[in-house]
Design a protein around this ligand. Structure first.
Ligand SMILES: CC(C)(COP(=O)(O)OP(=O)(O)OC[C@H]1O[C@@H](n2cnc3c(N)ncnc32)[C@H](O)[C@@H]1OP(=O)(O)O)[C@@H](O)C(=O)NCCC(=O)NCCS
Length: 171
């Protein structure tokens, strides 16, 4: 029997269709919506959201769970470019009761390990609002480093500037 590498993960598992409605509810929270910038989906959009996710070879989505297996958020590798072996990480712990307890850092570390050692990516990067101190602290703990400041202009004009962070397989 061949075990999937994700079987060995403690904080993340495969995302399922049933997770989407809960995540969509969290995404409607104005604070989470501002921090993640993710579009909030309506109930009647679940099928389309799921199908788009499953069909897209440039993204891998995972659920984040607590120690009892309850869904608390989601994390993904997106914008995967297989030729250059890089991807963008996005994460949201939608259940706010779990913020600041270490779950986010653990989930990031598990996804990064899958990215580097199972998917054989060379570089994982992320963008975070510069005032999102909790997220930046968590990414630094997971091993990301700050590489640039991205000024919010164009479509993002008037919003908070972003910090680009990255991690390479070679360290
Ligand atoms: C960002 C997120 C994934 C981090 O996960 P988490 O489980 O909350 O983070 P952790 O507990 O692993 O680490 C947070 C760290 O920030 C620190 N922290 C929390 N709030 C802080 C604050 N206001 N100022 C300074 N440090 C703070 C914590 O003390 C902890 O550091 P420590 O372990 O050295 O004490 C999670 O909070 C989340 O999903 N937030 C909402 C959506 C979001 O911001 N997504 C990221 C978009 S880029």
């Amino acid at each position: 029997m061949v075990l999937s590498p994700i079987t060995h993960c403690r904080r993340i598992r495969r995302l399922t269709y049933n997770d989407l409605e809960v995540i969509a509810g969290w995404d409607k929270d104005p604070e989470i919506n501002r921090l993640t910038g993710r579009m909030a989906h309506e109930k009647d959009e679940m099928n389309e959201w799921w199908n788009n996710m499953m069909r897209d070879p440039s993204r891998m989505n995972f659920a984040i769970t607590d120690n009892d297996g309850n869904l608390i958020g989601d994390v993904a590798l997106e914008q995967i470019i297989w030729r250059t072996r890089e991807a963008e990480l996005r994460i949201s712990i939608g259940n706010k009761a779990y913020w600041g307890l270490g779950y986010g850092t653990e989930a990031v570390m598990e996804v990064v390990a899958l990215g580097f050692f199972v998917m054989h990516l060379d570089r994982i990067y992320l963008r975070v609002q510069e005032d999102n101190v909790r997220a930046i602290r968590s990414y630094l703990k997971a091993g990301f480093r700050k590489v640039a400041r991205l000024v919010a202009n164009g479509r993002l004009h008037g919003t908070v500037d972003l910090v680009l962070m990255e991690m390479s397989r070679e360290g």
